[in-house]
Ligand binder design. Structure first.
Ligand SMILES: NC(=O)c1ccc[n+]([C@@H]2O[C@H](COP(=O)([O-])OP(=O)(O)OC[C@H]3O[C@@H](n4cnc5c(N)ncnc54)[C@H](OP(=O)(O)O)[C@@H]3O)[C@@H](O)[C@H]2O)c1
Length: 250
């Protein structure tokens, strides 16, 4: 079964660094033209584009705040104009800060801020790309979740709650869009050190991972590619842990 994405257009949100950068590279290496979305850091987004182009891939950096309806509309319009096509693969990956807060200190606003990234943004983006996907009777929506939903990580209910909500919409949208051959799935990374984790000690986490190592961003890129490609044709509404088995005991 082919992992070839020649002729496809993929949009990866939050692709200026971290997992999004490597998801973008993996999809571009497979032949997709990738829209590298970013919010603030043009230079980092351009680094992702250069990283992709250095191996002969195709990518375009486009700014857009995924929490803002007008900004999302502009982002999709610009992506469609520049690629002269519509989005075939949407990867909802962007995240803002994920503050650790005890119940006593939590405010309702802390929950809303996480929902903006993991529920509102996927909704705005999915609504914007659906006309093109429905017309083609084909599409891929891949939500990047987290193992924290299974772990029930304490003092992080703001983040855990929003990722759990993302799982609910993944399953409901998969049912709703199945008849258009649009698949909707969720990938749940374990702790995958990226730029923002540079100073963190990973030894304790690593000691609990059955596969005995930390994940690398490429592990998530590979899983996204599998679901985005024809190999994932008959998979929808699923939640896939990519964490070396870290949640096996749950
Ligand atoms: N890394 C992990 O260990 C891990 C584990 C489990 C789940 N995850 C999930 O994986 C995803 C990626 O995480 P990460 O660690 O790679 O994050 P990251 O390194 O912090 O990168 C976040 C990205 O989101 C972008 N962004 C921020 N606000 C935005 C907005 N309003 N609109 C559009 N883009 C925005 C940033 O762009 P700018 O640079 O332009 O601000 C950046 O490209 C998230 O959904 C996260 O919850 C990560």
């Amino acid at each position: 079964m082919s992992h070839n994405l020649n002729g496809k257009v993929a949009l990866v949100t939050g692709a200026s660094r971290g997992l999004g950068k490597h998801i973008s590279k993996t999809l571009a290496d497979a032949g997709a033209t990738v829209i590298v979305n970013y919010a603030n850091n043009y230079k980092n987004a351009q680094d992702t584009v250069d990283f992709i182009e250095s191996d002969g891939g195709k990518a375009i950096a486009i700014q857009g705040d995924v929490r803002d309806e007008e900004s999302v509309k502009k982002l999709i319009k610009q992506a469609e104009d520049e690629t002269q096509g519509s989005i075939d693969i949407l990867v909802n990956n962007a995240t803002g800060p994920q503050p650790v807060i005890s119940i006593e200190k939590l405010a309702w606003q802390d929950y809303l801020e996480q929902l903006e990234f993991f529920v509102k943004a996927p909704l705005l983006l999915t609504k914007a790309v659906l006309p093109g996907m429905k017309e083609k009777k084909n599409g891929r929506i891949i939500n990047i979740g987290s193992e924290v939903v299974q772990l029930g990580t304490p003092n992080h209910s703001n983040y855990v709650m929003a990722k759990a909500a993302q799982l609910g919409l993944t399953r409901s949208w998969a049912n709703e869009l199945g008849s258009f051959s649009i698949t909707v799935n969720m990938i749940n990374p374990g702790f995958i050190p990226v730029e923002r984790h540079e100073a963190e000690d990973t030894s304790e986490y690593r000691s609990g991972v059955p596969l005995g190592r930390m994940g690398v961003p490429q592990d998530i890129g590979n899983a996204v590619l599998f679901l985005a490609s024809d190999a994932g044709n008959f998979i929808t509404g699923q939640s896939l842990s990519v964490n070396g088995g870290n949640t096996l005991g749950i």
